[in-house]
Design a protein around this ligand. Sequence first.
Ligand SMILES: [Zn+2]
Length: 72
Amino acid sequence: MTEETVRLVAELRGDQCRCGKGKPSGRTFCRTCYGQLPPALRRSLYKLLGEGYIEAYAAAVEYLEDLKRLGV
Ligand SMILES: [Zn+2]
């Protein structure tokens, strides 16, 4: 596993979202972050590690960062 994969698995198992809010263990994001994602990105987060999850995660994070930058 790459370092990035290890970090992602730890984040997935943890109970804190990357934004700092609490989240259920096993979910990628908290309700707030997840709620901001368009349906296609939400669905892609159900992919398994090694089957596109890392790419899906990266796309979702990029989307959330864009929203923040735009002040939405
Ligand atoms: Zn969050």
